[in-house]
Design a binder for this molecule. Structure first.
Ligand SMILES: Nc1ncnc2c1ncn2[C@@H]1O[C@H](COP(=O)(O)OP(=O)(O)OP(=O)(O)O)[C@@H](O)[C@H]1O
Length: 293
């Protein structure tokens, strides 16, 4: 059995090129078992490409190991222990919900039919409905119910809640934590809706233009980053003292400055300090040129 300190994913110098476009640039990271990792990046950043590499669905250069397997060469063995939800859940439209459940039960030895039915019971999906009669959001719900009922060591979710309403999105993340996750499992989630997953993540990875620009356990965020709210006059004093923000945003009546690797005690005398939200951090790390105006 995998122990808590074993690596589920190891990526070493991973690169991916589509013609002239370099979609992944020298990516290095590792993920231990029992983590919930948010892979966050703007459109076209390389998230799906990286996930496809991890699953052996796209060839990449460099070293990649997932659950001890080489995804490109040992895809069959790897896929037995991984569940994956793509950002576009495709299902045959003529299929009935009950047939979809039967199908996964037939092909996946680790599928738990009762669990799937338990998840489906929380939705408005009827077991005799056909996929063609379900809304886009309901198809995603069906897909999630099927995948969460598979007892796999690694769950990869690419924009899992796209198209779902807020009530179901919350329900989904609650179910993910209470009914799916345990310390023997690992989850990698990509999303644009950072605020929703902020509280369930153990680790944060930001990717921008194919580069990994942040890779940090959540508990280190407060240690490494500080947000300081000051008036415009105080801002000058902060800068005079030699503290340079990595980004700034104009707020009502002042400025919000974001600092990296500067102890918050040093900043307290100038204004109000707090730990930045993941969304603020994302803007600062991924789009620094657009702030500070
Ligand atoms: N099959 C392909 N052929 C050529 N270029 C591709 C291909 N797949 C992706 N790309 C390009 O690689 C870059 C990264 O794409 P990717 O789908 O990984 O981004 P993403 O972060 O998942 O974006 P989104 O959030 O919009 O889904 C983009 O510039 C995209 O146009």
């Amino acid at each position: 059995m995998i122990t808590n300190n074993e690596y589920v994913v190891n990526a070493n110098n991973v690169n991916k090129r589509y013609g002239d476009h370099q979609a992944l640039k020298n990516i290095n990271f590792s993920i231990e078992s029992g983590r919930i990792v948010g892979l966050i990046g703007p459109n076209g950043a390389g998230k799906t490409t990286l996930l496809k590499g991890l699953l052996g669905l796209a060839s990449v250069e460099g070293e990649l190991s997932v659950l001890g397997f080489n995804p490109a060469k040992q895809r069959t063995q790897l896929i037995e222990q991984v569940s994956f939800i793509a950002d576009t859940a495709i299902m045959p439209r003529w299929l009935k919900v009950s047939q979809a459940v039967d199908y996964v039960a037939g092909v996946h030895p680790r599928f738990n039919r009762e669990k799937a039915q338990h998840f489906l019971a929380k939705t408005n999906i009827k077991s005799n409905s056909r996929v063609s009669a379900l809304s886009k959001g309901m198809i995603t719900q069906l897909h999630l119910a099927l995948v969460m009922a598979i007892d796999s060591r690694l769950l990869v979710l690419d924009e899992p809640t796209l198209g779902l309403d807020i009530v179901y999105r919350k329900q989904f993340y609650n179910a993910l934590l209470s009914d799916y996750f345990d310390e023997q499992k690992t989850i990698v989630i990509t999303t644009h809706q950072v605020e929703e997953i902020e509280n369930i993540l153990t680790d944060l990875m930001f990717i921008n233009r194919g580069e990994l620009v942040l890779d940090l356990p959540m508990e280190s965020v407060a240690e490494r980053f500080t947000e300081l709210s000051v008036s415009n006059a105080q801002k000058a004093a902060v800068e005079k003292a030699g503290y340079h923000a990595i980004s700034e945003q104009q707020r009502l009546g002042g400025v919000s400055m974001l600092f990296e690797n500067i102890a918050s005690e040093l900043l307290t005398p100038f204004g109000q300090v707090r730990t930045p939200t993941i969304a603020d951090l994302f803007v600062a790390k991924v789009n620094p040129t657009q702030v500070g105006a």
